[in-house]
Design a protein around this ligand. Sequence first.
Ligand code: NAD
Length: 264
Amino acid sequence: QTDLLKGKRGLIMGLANDKSIAWGIAKCCHEAGAELAFSYQGDALLKRVTPLAAEVGSDIVLPCDVGDMESVDGLFEALRQRWGRLDFLVHAIGFSDKNELRGRYVDTSRDNFLMTMDISVYSFTAVVNRAEKLMTEGGSCLTLTYYGAERVMPHYNVMGVAKAGLEASVRYLAEDLGKDGIRVNAISAGPIKTLAASGIGDFRYILKWNELNSPLRRNVTQDEVGKAALYLLSELGSGTTGEVMHVDAGYHLVGMKAVDAPDI
Ligand code: NAD
């Protein structure tokens, strides 16, 4: 428990259930004293998000489908009316047709390519654009990415191309907003079993491979991503912007299978 985010107001986007990376981040922010608001996609998630929000002392639970700009505008207008100001934003959203998160990247359809880019890349730019107007005293924006942006991962396919675009967006957004004291960063999280991850082909194999071959010889947890997020969202990260921070038990530096890793 700290007061690193005491008096700060933050919006968390992408909470689906208690396995979500957004939940690990929300808990850490709450323990650090932040006031939180949540957005959810679709009515089915409202009944899941409302009790989780209550657990971290929030009754601000607002609908937002990031594929619909009216919905995005509605979310930020509601926040403006409720809070007037925003200090931080967490974007933990990504989506692609799971039929294309297996097999070959070269077979990606145009429709799914465009949809994946819209939901997983453009949406971050769209929400940062709205958040900027509420971040009148500076702020910090954070998104979630994966190593599949930098290296080819089995089955990650179009999502890897999307994450590469997302990471480039982080750098352009950081330059645009730096003058106003708004920082923009990403966390590149190691594989974690969540709803979104279960759509990726052979995800259990990927988890096991990372566990056996990462320098820490284990996978990371939602809470560990939460702690790194706290650094980037709070005063601790005041000198850091445009950064893609790996929270992956060190997996990104590995060049070869570990000598002690058994065959799987
Ligand atoms: P999750 O399923 O818990 O969260 C994904 C969220 O995206 C859900 O809340 C879903 O409602 C939301 N979403 C999808 N389409 C949306 C839309 N049109 N409008 C609004 N919200 C929408 O899974 P997660 O793993 O916590 O994913 C969060 C982020 O972390 C994603 O960007 C994901 O790519 C990234 N990430 C995940 C892992 C992992 O292994 N789980 C690793 C690195 C990065």
